[in-house]
Write a protein that binds this ligand. Structure first.
Ligand code: DGL
Length: 269
């Protein structure tokens, strides 16, 4: 038994797709969440900046004596996953579990990957899947506008603007007849119904956040690190009030405690 919290971070709201799944599979765990709402998006920034932000986010979580860190962000996992080697606690990222799940799910060997520009340019999901099966066809597309749409709460299934953006972004995946799509950015599960409607029946969507939460549950179980308490604390670097309202929609439950502000720049350079 280890009652220390799990630390989860993302550039903004997207990591809540991991929290939603953790609420299901590890409800008793204490969790500290950090959303870098003051600096979102990460996915359009340089690798150097993403790594700097990642180290600050990790230091903030370590200041809460976390027992495990989850990078609930496809961009961080793709570009700054190596920072795991600098940490005194175990680290789970979203790329590996999602890539494994996609390879297992595909029937026709054609898999689509949607992510931020930084994620797609890194080829992280693609390389991981080709390591498992070199015969796969992987079609990637960067969808940066999705991040802003989700951060703005434009996530209703009938939202015309989000549907129009999705139709455009999904075109190459439809053209290449993929039967499996990795939602490689943790923001994207918030609009999964829109993506599913456009991709059509018979296409499996892999939620990278959900896969990471399952990997975390397995890790804690296997290593005797399960905790208890069920406390959730949410921290952001800006716009705490709008975070709380959109977070409630994404999580499907109200956030009861106050969302706390962090001066994230003070956590090292
Ligand atoms: N949630 C993010 C991801 O999974 C990042 C969105 C962004 O900051 O660009 O990539």
């Amino acid at each position: 038994m280890d009652k220390r919290p799990i630390g989860v971070f993302d550039s903004g709201l997207g990591g809540l797709s991991v929290i939603k799944e953790l609420n299901r599979v590890l409800p008793e765990e204490n969790i500290v969440y950090f959303g870098d709402t003051g600096r979102v998006p990460y996915g359009t920034k340089s690798a150097e900046t993403i790594v700097k932000y990642t180290r600050q986010d990790e230091r903030f979580l370590l200041s809460h004596d976390v027992k495990l860190i989850i990078a609930a962000c496809g961009t961080v996992s793709s570009v700054a996953g190596f920072t795991a080697d600098e940490l005194p606690v175990p680290f789970i990222e979203v790329v590996t579990p999602a890539a494994k799940a996609a390879v297992k799910a595909t029937k026709n060997g054609r898999i689509g990957v949607l992510g931020t520009a930084a994620t797609v340019n890194s080829n992280s999901y693609k390389n991981k899947m080709l390591e498992i099966d070199p015969n796969l066809t992987v079609v990637q597309n960067a969808c940066p506008v999705f991040v802003q749409l989700v951060e703005s709460g434009w996530i209703d299934r009938d939202d015309e603007v989000t549907i129009a953006a999705a139709k455009r972004y999904l075109q190459p995946l439809i053209k290449h007849k993929v039967d499996t799509v990795i939602l490689g950015c943790t923001h994207f599960p918030a609009i999964k119904d829109i993506i599913a409607d456009i991709m059509g029946e018979g296409v499996t969507l892999i939620n990278s956040g959900e896969q990471a939460a399952l990997a975390a549950a397995e890790y804690l179980n296997t290593n005797g690190l399960l905790g208890e308490g069920g406390r959730r604390r949410y921290f952001v670097s800006d716009r705490a009030e709008s975070f709380a309202s959109i977070a409630g929609i994404l999580l499907g439950t109200e956030i009861e405690d106050d969302v706390e502000m962090v001066a994230i720049e003070s956590f090292g350079g």
